[in-house]
Design a protein around this ligand. Structure first.
Ligand code: ADP
Ligand code: TRP
Length: 326
């Protein structure tokens, strides 16, 4: 049996990048009968970027509803909010004492985020973000962690911290996890052509109502080549996104239209919108169902939280014993 574990922050609405980069590959892995999956909402991590409580509650529901909309089986697996399991923050402290500062100072994700802030706004929480992530993973003895490429270094840090702890006590307290990074799934571009991310305000939210989704797709940034002229399909964000959700025949036809000319970006955006609207119709319905019936979402999370907590408590017990807390 292999344990699969992954989390998505509730720092915004789930988007097409989360879906193709994380949710769908993780759900695929969870279907193998020999796998047991732990998928959670990293709401503690979201406090490093958003402060407003009501927004976090809404985002947490939205991320949870997205997992369910794409068919995550919460009976076979474990589904929970990170903040409901206090052992995550307890383990964070123990692991912090085994984490070298220079390792955190060299984290790409920390450096990227810190570069965008003035010094007074760089919080200790942002700095220790990877240690909390290590706690998330090590608490459940995860074997495989499906994530996007941007998380590779965080997984390496988790392994380093676990190794150093095990070495100190000469005991396999923690299981060393492996990242599962699907090389086929590239970084999905957002409306502005940069990486799609909740924190860059450039997302496509496939669950939006029709008019809003259409508006979002229309706002994809393109150049000003006139309709009649040929266009380069290789550099256009609309074609790139279309190729990720449409059939290969439809993508080839769009690419040919670009090369021929007489086909504008407006036409391409309309085609992209239509695929997004029809392809995810069923999932949109389930997503909206859960948002309209939050008590059902809550019930599923609470069952998951009981299962998760029982495991987390056992791990913490193991840790408390070797470090000498009784
Ligand atoms: P965000 O960057 O929007 O805040 P998260 O950091 O919560 O997203 O990421 C959750 C998961 O989704 C991670 O596994 C991450 O690698 C994946 N992911 C996020 N954005 C993208 C993207 N643009 N392309 C591919 N995968 C992505
Ligand atoms: N840091 C991850 C991200 O931004 C989210 C996350 C938190 C996570 N804890 C995790 C992912 C544990 C995998 C395992 O994408």
């Amino acid at each position: 049996m292999a344990r699969i574990l992954t989390g998505i922050q509730s720092s915004g609405k789930p988007h097409l990048g989360n879906l193709l980069g994380a949710i769908l590959p993780a759900i695929e892995l969870s279907k193998a009968p020999q796998n047991e999956s732990f998928f959670f909402i990293a709401d503690l991590h979201s406090l490093t970027t958003i402060r407003e409580g009501q927004a976090r509650i809404e985002n947490t529901k939205a991320v949870a509803a997205a997992w369910l909309a794409f068919g995550f089986d919460t009976e076979k697996n474990t589904f929970y909010r990170q903040s409901s399991i206090p052992e995550h923050t307890e383990l964070l402290w123990y692991l912090s004492c085994f984490t070298p500062m220079p390792m955190l100072e060299n984290a790409h994700s920390y450096k990227d985020k810190a570069d965008k802030l003035d010094k007074a706004h760089i919080s200790a929480g942002l700095f220790t973000y990877p240690v909390l992530m290590a706690a998330d993973i090590l608490l459940y003895d995860a074997n495989f962690v499906p994530v996007g490429k941007d998380q590779k270094q965080h997984l390496e840090m988790t392994r380093d911290i676990a190794r150093s702890f095990n070495h100190e006590y000469q005991k396999e307290i923690f299981t060393l996890p492996e990242a599962r990074i699907d090389e086929q799934v590239q970084t999905i571009p957002g409306l502005d052509g940069q990486k799609m991310s909740k924190s860059y305000g450039n997302i496509i939210d496939i669950f939006l109502p029709k008019k809003d989704l259409e508006k979002q797709v229309k706002s994809i940034v393109t150049d000003s080549t006139p309709l009649e002229e040929p266009k380069n399909p290789d550099t256009c964000t609309v074609v790139k996104l279309f190729s990720l959700v449409a059939s290969s025949e439809a993508t080839e036809a769009m690419r040919e239209n670009y090369r021929k000319g007489g086909y504008g970006y407006g036409h391409a955006k309309k085609e992209l919108f239509e695929v997004l609207w029809t392809k995810y119709e069923k999932e949109r319905e389930i997503y909206n169902y859960y948002l309209a019936n939050p008590q059902e979402l809550e019930a599923k999370l609470q069952i998951g939280e009981q299962k998760a907590r029982a495991i987390a408590q056992k791990t913490i017990q193991r840790v408390r014993e070797v470090v000498g807390f009784h």
